[in-house]
Design a protein around this ligand. Sequence first.
Ligand SMILES: [Zn+2]
Length: 298
Amino acid sequence: MSSSYKPALLKAIVRIVRAGAEPAIPLLRIGSQFVKLYWVQTVVFRLRQAATIISEPEVVRRIRSAADMNGARTIDVLPPAVRERLDREMARVLTINVLQAFHRSKPASMGCLFEWSPGSEFIIVPNAAMEFVRLNARALESIANLWWARWLEKVNVLAPLVIEKVERDGAERASLTKYLRVLLQIDEPKCFYCRRALNDGLSTHVDHVIPWSFLLEDPLWDLVLACANCNIAKSDTLPRRDFIDKLAQTGLRRAKITLPPGFISPLLAREEIDRYYEAALSVEWPVGWAPAPNLAEH
Ligand SMILES: [Zn+2]
């Protein structure tokens, strides 16, 4: 376990077999699965695949730069040509150091999951292995997730809920409507960032000050009212540090308010909020967002 390639390959094969595959699986199809899996982890959840971003496998860095250059947070908005190039590059990487390494540490008595010979554009999954994967797909995927998460925990030591991030296929999240209702009751109807009044002309969003894709939760202490412009522009980045001070003050003020039933006390110790902020910084989360000065009225 010196990288995430092995669990990634196991997960990719399991998914392809489950989706229905012939014994000869094209490397391009596996490469395409790899791109999807790494995309979710590195672009959506911003987990590093190595101790530093600069030491990540080249293909992972290419996924990041494709996301940045195309302003894409989800893989389906990537232009088809860019997507195809990533898939092809990933398929090539498989032939360099992934396919042959996969079985290297297995006990001699254990059969191979697949066969591949250098130069071939396919792996061959023997019928017995195919049947094994089909019967044990969920267990195999759990094993792959566990080992991938173990690797990610080593290189993203302060990131919360790593295994849940590995298990997820994207950033689908629950509706924030109930939080919008409660925030409109307990906070001033102003954008947390630019301070503009949130009236009918300016649509009101709920923003996670520490990004949802880092926390993977919707704790009330992290949620604020924001105008659509600020919410969209901030996206999933960390705001400038003074907004963390402000978030802590907001929590202190809210702690004096009786919340509607079902909402637990929003107060989180100042040190805890700082700890989350520092933890996100430690995994190189993009930071420093603030509304344009002409927007901010203090
Ligand atoms: Zn705003």
